[in-house]
Design a binder for this molecule. Sequence first.
Ligand SMILES: Cc1ncc(COP(=O)(O)O)c(C=O)c1O
Length: 415
Amino acid sequence: MTTALSAQRLPFDVERVRRDFPGLDQTVHGKPLVYLDNGATAQVPQCVLDAMQGFHRDYRANVHRGIHQLSATATAAYDAVRGKVARYLNAASESEIVFTRGTTESINLVASTFGRANLGPGDEVVVSQMEHHSNIVPWQILCEEKGARLRVIPMNERGELDMEHFASLLNERTRLVSVVHTSNALGTINPVRQILDLSHARGIPVLLDGAQAVPHGPVDLQALDCDFFAFSAHKLFGPTGVGVLYGKRALLDEMPPYQGGGDMIESVSFAGTTYAEPPHKFEAGTPNIGGVIGLGAAIDYLEELDWSGAVAHEADLLQYATEKLSEIAGLRLVGTAVNKVAVLSFVMDCAHPHDIAAILDQEGIAVRTGHHCAEPVMDFFGISGTARASLSFYNTREDVDRLYSGLQTVVSLFG
Ligand SMILES: Cc1ncc(COP(=O)(O)O)c(C=O)c1O
């Protein structure tokens, strides 16, 4: 993954980091919580809670439309986050950062604006077999509307994309490549550099679904040179209901608006309406002000984090957890890519994923089960779902040991 690490911060110390996340310090069913559902939603540091409470308690007001003090304070705090996100991800300009409700809305925004404007009958959009539904269904809706075609990059048994097949899919009808940077169901980190280079060589823009990439390290958008990038704040140690769409300014300039309403216009009359410049053109209505401010606090926190230490810690956890889980009789890991993040999807011969999760829950261990909104992945492996432990930098080897012994309990009960 391309990272934009800055210098001078405290060396990574997992116990110190854990103390920043109050949600980790609780018991569930009488046992200390082991939170291994970070891929779904991560815990938040205290500074995010403080920032959001500060908005609601001290300067709650609408943005961009009041001259009174509270509105001015809220507007300054809200607008500052755009710059923080742009700097953290090394976007060329903060006008390339659009606030949305999450990854899902970011992708839908691109489908409804860029997609509607650029696709016609017979045109093609390329996705991969390991997409989250939010990077499949918006394109299916668009393709149906336009008489266009969705093409799919296949993957192998380890959960890695077939890049030769990908290259063969690109042609003069391809209008967009939209792929997941890092898979939520498998943990695979896709070869995004190669995907971008092959696509750009043919002048085809690329959207990266970065929902599972950014929680494992910052990306450098200018170095990547992707055209669109989407992620959700709640997976990035921030609040729910907020997300980001990054789009290259030239593309955002060309795209029609997404929704009509307040704040996205330059002027309105019954003779016609002119639109505001990006990013405001894509942000109709009162935004999630407190949520955006919370995202800003999460970015502040992550800027202070020793990311190289955190990445090394996660790599150690992945290796340790892979070894431990491989010792369990009848357990099969689903997603064994060479290049992956600390996500362990698995099935067990003796128990259904829901039973696994129910037993683990009784032990205070939170994992996710089901198809993880990636049904084509499950179809490929011939299963209905998996249990998934998705780890973050605040997890520990002790968490993995607790998971291991919880799974031994599953074996002893069902095996
Ligand atoms: C890879 C990926 N893409 C998109 C999404 C959708 O994110 P959200 O529900 O926050 O819009 C998720 C959520 O799990 C995801 O993992």
